[in-house]
Design a protein. Structure first.
Length: 833
């Protein structure tokens, strides 16, 4: 039947088939005539591979670019050709190849010419049009905006000594001669060792599944580290840099930098078109260098971005912080068109040069290379199949490492890399490096491991104005004792109050990944009268910045038994249920009319059931078979909700009451403003209770008429700096704290970049039965309490701590008669990491 319907169009159809056949035949013939030229481009001095070098043909702008390993692949027509190589900061180079030549390696020479400090364009800078187009297409090109994707990666991470002194034959000979002249055997040993191996070598295979908005997991399938068996080393690769170059801020080694490809960047960065190449007649690649304009007030980058006119997408990018403290970190990313209008990263690299560290005058350098494979965009991913953890470590990641690595290696490992494994593994076994690493990581959490116990550093020595110096000891069993059970305790003595404090606690770990634990213990210690404790918050311990605790004058001596459990139904939801019996004696002359009959007492028994929840939607964590769940990025907002029910008649308890507490902390980062932070906190007690269970404001100024005595204090970022301790009492309150950190936007010099911060705080509170309380202020901030401040932070930065100054002023209906009484001057301190 079909024959009869097409016969009238037979001639036309035959013409089409003939044309198609001839086209295919011609294409096949033409393809048989083309050839491929491959090669590698390196730095002539250091011998390092050079990524993203432009490789063009016959002095045209048609060509390609090298990958992150300096390799290129160029398709050529028959005959001899001139191959041109160009890269910013290097001399252009041209090489003639014969009609049969298939390989050409090039060593490029760095030029002494520097980029111009400024350029004046007759009209708009031509680079701005390209940058603005890239910004306009940013959302559609960002891989994070795809509906879903999966991929696998193979990564290698090497720590070695810088090739500037070791890589070239001449440099090696000179160094050897110098070492022989000095008789320096250590130099000889180092040089000979580096010829055979690296300092450290690691390989990792991961699989990432991305299903927005709530699922993004990278699972470590295999990890092998020279000398170590701890797969947590794989985080060095996964967290070293942002996955793509499209977010407003680019993360490099944990620090955020303003992306040059973002809205308004032409006002903040200086761009120059350095080169232009053509991948096809309609496909142009613009090579644009960037650096910050003078008097910048942000964390800037410098480098080169390659923008493809097809979709105005980033084809590759080189970036590094514009400033460094002696440690230089540079990243590189390459993108490939995965499908029409879809560009996806396929190679990532990073290099860290440790300029402040030396091994007998040799400088170490770390290099990371990541290759993406098996990329699937729009993959059919089931939400239930993707872990909520940002990073998961497979339980067989170490055991099956060799088998999996063999499948995914880009090239076989070199003799240097294999020797690194062999030497470091034997050294680790002899020196127990895994154990030493565990000691270092434990120290970072504020503990000192000794066999099967961990000493608690924060229990050894502390100070506050009530106890004076407090000397003690605390310890808990660790995983060497048991992976599922922990018990510990502490004892401490205050030399000013002359009272010994002590306690013990234990926990049974029922399920690590959900943080399901049973816990219980006892304490005899001091707790702030009227203080608020959100029990679902993680304990910061050694790194807590609660400076107001140094000066708190009013405490409760407390005997406390407690039992309960913790449970995380979702990774970013933390629940805690606690029952506790407390006997509290409020230090000082405070008295409470317990029966409302004029019979005042001090010393109270409470029995409470406390239910608390913390929700941190942006919290990031890693999960593994040995350690369960480890949080490595808090994220914001942080929301705490807590309900306390006091029950009388249980274990001699005396009060029935209901107490509700809420806290919200949030931080917002804006390009032109820095970081905006605010804290909203409030609570209410629905029945009459003693002062211990009411609310004292988070004041941070001692009660003294001496201005300088009041001022010689540390500021606390979550406190009222002009409010005296125990100045106000409330059974219902709410406070709001605002902070605008301009970072270095307002004032920046190369050697001096203080952070200027504006502070504003407000509070309201009320008290229904002030007559029940005796010998303590029952004043309430029912008309509102206000203060404002200006801080100059990071005036001095030393190691991890930055010091500054802050000035604050008390405003509104609770302001005091004189300027001096309303004004506060404080020392500010915060961690500089």
């Amino acid at each position: 039947m079909g024959v009869y319907t097409i016969v009238p169009k037979l001639n036309e159809l035959m013409k089409k088939y003939l044309f198609t056949f001839l086209t295919l035949l011609f294409a096949t013939f033409s393809y048989s005539q083309v050839r491929t030229l491959t090669g590698k481009v390196i730095d002539a001095s250091t011998k390092k591979a050079m990524p993203f070098v432009n490789v063009t043909v016959n002095n045209t702008q048609v060509g390609t670019a090298t990958d992150i390993d300096g390799n290129y692949n160029l398709t050529l027509n028959p005959g001899p050709h001139t191959i041109n190589f160009s890269f910013i900061g290097y001399q252009k180079q041209s090489e003639q190849i014969t009609a049969t030549q298939s390989k050409l390696n090039i060593a490029m020479v760095e030029t002494s010419e520097q980029l111009e400090e400024a350029a004046v364009f007759p009209g708009e800078n031509p680079a701005h049009r390209i940058i603005k187009n890239a910004v306009a297409h940013k959302d559609e090109n960002a891989p994070e905006n795809l509906p879903s994707f999966t991929y696998k990666t193979y990564s290698k991470f090497v720590v070695t000594l810088d090739e500037d002194s070791l890589a070239t034959d001449t440099a090696m000979t000179n160094t050897l001669d110098s070492a022989l002249t000095r008789g320096d055997s250590l130099d000889l040993d180092i040089i000979q060792m580096m010829e055979k191996q690296h300092l450290f070598f690691m390989e990792t295979v991961t699989e990432r599944s991305y299903l927005p908005p709530s699922r993004d997991n990278e699972t470590v399938l295999a990890n092998r580290s020279s000398g170590f068996k701890n797969p947590l080393f794989s985080l060095l690769i996964t967290q070293l840099q942002s996955f793509s170059f499209y977010s407003d801020y680019i993360s490099i080694a944990g620090q955020d930098f303003l992306n040059p490809i973002t809205k308004g960047s032409t006002k903040r960065y200086f761009f120059i078109i350095e080169d232009t190449t053509y991948n096809s007649p309609t496909d142009t690649v613009y090579v644009i260098s960037y650096r910050p304009k003078p008097n910048y007030g942000f964390q800037p980058l410098k480098g080169v971005v390659y923008i493809n006119s097809s979709d105005w997408a980033i084809q590759s990018v080189i970036a590094e912080p514009y400033e460094n403290d002696g440690t230089r970190i540079a990243i590189e990313q390459r993108y490939k068109p995965y499908a029409p209008h879809i560009w996806f990263p396929d190679q990532l690299s990073a290099e860290i040069s440790f300029g402040t560290i030396s091994l007998n005058n040799f400088k170490p350098v770390a290099r990371a290379r990541t290759y993406l494979k098996d990329i699937k965009v729009g993959a059919d991913i089931k939400k239930k199949d993707v872990s909520r953890a940002q990073v998961s470590i497979d339980e067989l990641a170490v055991t099956n490492a060799d088998m999996i690595l063999n499948q995914y290696r880009v090239d076989s490992i070199s003799s240097q890399e294999q020797s690194t494994y062999t030497f470091m593994d034997s050294l680790s076994e002899a020196e127990n490096l895994d154990k030493r690493l565990k000691i270092l990581t434990t120290l970072a959490t504020g503990k000192v491991p000794i066999y099967f116990i961990d000493l608690d550093i924060d229990k050894i020595l502390s100070y506050n104005t009530y106890e004076g110096f407090r000397l003690g000891i605390g310890a808990h069993t660790n995983s060497r004792f048991s992976r599922w059970f922990k018990i510990g305790g502490y004892v401490g003595y205050g030399f000013k109050d002359e009272v010994t404090k002590y306690g013990w606690d234990s926990e049974i770990i029922l399920h690590k990944h959900s943080n399901l634990k049973l816990l219980g213990g006892y304490q005899f210690d001091i707790f702030e009268s009227g203080g608020v404790n959100f029990i679902a918050e993680p304990t910061l311990g050694f790194f807590a910045d609660n400076y107001r605790r140094l000066f708190i004058p009013q405490w409760d001596e407390t005997s406390r038994y407690f039992a309960g459990f913790t449970f995380d139904p979702l990774p970013n939801v933390h629940l805690k249920l606690l029952t506790q019996r407390e006997n509290r004696y409020m230090v000082g002359d405070y008295w409470y009319d317990e029966s409302n009959d004029g019979n005042f007492v001090n010393g109270f028994n409470y029995f409470e059931v406390v239910a608390a929840a913390q929700y941190v939607p942006s919290q990031k964590y890693v999960e593994g078979p040995d350690f369960g769940k480890l949080i490595f990025e808090t994220g914001y907002p942080v929301i705490d909700l807590q309900y306390t029910r006091g029950i009388s008649g249980v274990w001699d308890s005396e009060f029935d009451y209901d107490k509700i507490d809420l806290k919200l902390i949030h931080r917002i980062k804006k390009i032109a403003l820095g970081v905006t932070s605010f804290e909203l906190q409030g609570g209410t007690v629905l029945q009459d209770v003693p002062y211990s269970k009411l609310y004292t404001a988070t004041a941070n100024q001692i009660n003294s008429d001496d201005f300088w005595k009041r001022s010689f204090m540390l500021a606390d970022r979550h406190s009222f700096e002009t409010m005296r301790f125990n100045e106000f009492m409330s059974d219902t309150y709410v406070h709001f704290m605002f902070r605008q950190d301009f970072k270095s936007l307002l004032f920046r010099r190369k050697e001096f970049s203080p952070h200027i911060e504006l502070v504003a705080r407000a509070m309201w509170g009320d008290l229904r039965s002030p007559d029940l309380h005796k010998n303590i202020s029952t004043k309430t901030p029912d008309k509102g309490y206000y203060e404002a401040g200006l801080e100059f932070n990071k005036l001095i930065s030393q190691n991890l701590v930055a010091i500054g100054i802050g000035t604050y002023y008390r405003l509104g209906p609770e302001s005091l008669p004189s300027f001096e009484e309303n004004f506060a001057f404080k020392i500010t301190s915060k961690y500089s990491f």
